[in-house]
Design a protein around this ligand. Structure first.
Ligand code: UTP
Length: 294
């Protein structure tokens, strides 16, 4: 039986060019979705799936991320003095949720390169990779399903979502064979194919369960699309020697690294909140009516 997955690697060293100017001096992973930074949702998702060790891959100018998951004695003392116990409990609980480590990626040379920074920390164990700009809000069971598939079948497991074919060139794209229900086996995978060349309309999204074999594959990968070391290219190499599966899901993914999906996620989450939903819903309905957007 494969070893239990205890570590999640969260690459957060990218430049966030799709969300400028907001991300010029502020990490995109710290942009608030409603009242929490995007990366906090992802760390909470990892913890809910039984992961207790998180490795952040960061870079210059990203200290705010590490600070966010650390204790903050001055703030805690003020909250205690003012009797703000709920806020105090929240900040303490976050710092104790999982053990957080970090490693630096000196230059943004691509997602594959960012993941390779985790090799020493991860060692010879399977691990998860969670991209902090992909929020999985309705489907927090996704990672758990992927971990269960890994426990049952071994190998690596990648989250796949159906996208309109004209959008496939923004993603890694696999050719797959059916295995069982949502589980498929990846027989070939390419990064950002042209729509006419794409082997399917399934897109690789930001959740992975990987075997340590991926580090050896990453070491062999040459810079690909955009001059970056692509994780997809390493998965293609890995699939030649061990099984790489896909878990197909459909609901609840928001790419909060883009302004439109960031807004969508904030609105969807707020509408579900009893303290915000009714007023926001009425506001949106009124706005739509007045602008005649129906
Ligand atoms: P993205 O491609 O979505 O992030 O990478 P980006 O490069 O920051 O954003 P854009 O495309 O310029 O707007 C997915 C995740 O991988 C991390 C990013 O921080 C993001 O969380 N990443 C990407 C790294 O850690 N290092 C890299 O070299 C590239």
């Amino acid at each position: 039986m494969p070893a239990r997955v205890r570590t999640a690697v969260i690459p957060a060293a990218g430049l966030g060019t799709r969300f400028l100017p907001a991300t010029k001096a502020q990490p995109k992973e710290m942009l608030a979705v409603l009242d929490k930074p995007a990366i906090q949702y992802v760390v909470e998702e990892a913890a809910a799936a039984g992961i207790d060790d998180v490795l952040l891959v960061t870079s210059r100018g990203k200290h705010a991320i590490e600070d966010h998951f650390d204790r903050m004695p001055e703030l805690e003392a003020v909250l205690e003095r003012k009797g703000k116990t709920e806020a105090l409990d929240q900040v303490v609980a976050l710092a104790e949720l999982v053990k957080v480590h970090s490693v630096r990626q000196a230059e943004a040379r691509g997602l594959g390169h960012a993941v390779s920074m985790a090799a020493d920390h991860v060692g010879d164990a399977p691990f998860a990779v969670l991209l902090p700009d992909d929020l999985m809000v309705d489907d927090s069971t996704l990672l758990r399903h992927m971990l269960a598939a890994h426990a049952e079948h071994g190998g690596s497991v990648v989250a796949l979502a159906e996208v309109p074919r004209q959008n496939i060139s923004a993603y890694g794209c696999p050719r797959v064979e059916e295995v069982d229900g949502s589980l498929v086996r990846i027989t070939e995978i390419v990064e950002k194919p042209a729509p006419d060349d794409a082997p399917s309309s399934l897109a690789v999204t930001g959740r992975y369960v990987l075997t340590p074999g991926v580090f050896e594959a990453l070491a062999r990968v040459e810079p690909g699309q955009g001059g970056e070391i692509q994780l997809t290219d390493a998965l293609e190499l890995l699939s030649e020697t061990e099984p790489v599966f896909g878990w197909v899901f459909s609901e609840g993914r928001y790419d909060v690294g883009t302004p439109l999906d960031h807004l969508r996620a904030s609105i969807a989450l707020a509408l579900d909140r009893p303290d915000l939903g009714p007023e926001l819903g009425a506001f949106l309905a009124d706005l739509v009516r007045r602008r005649d957007l129906r």
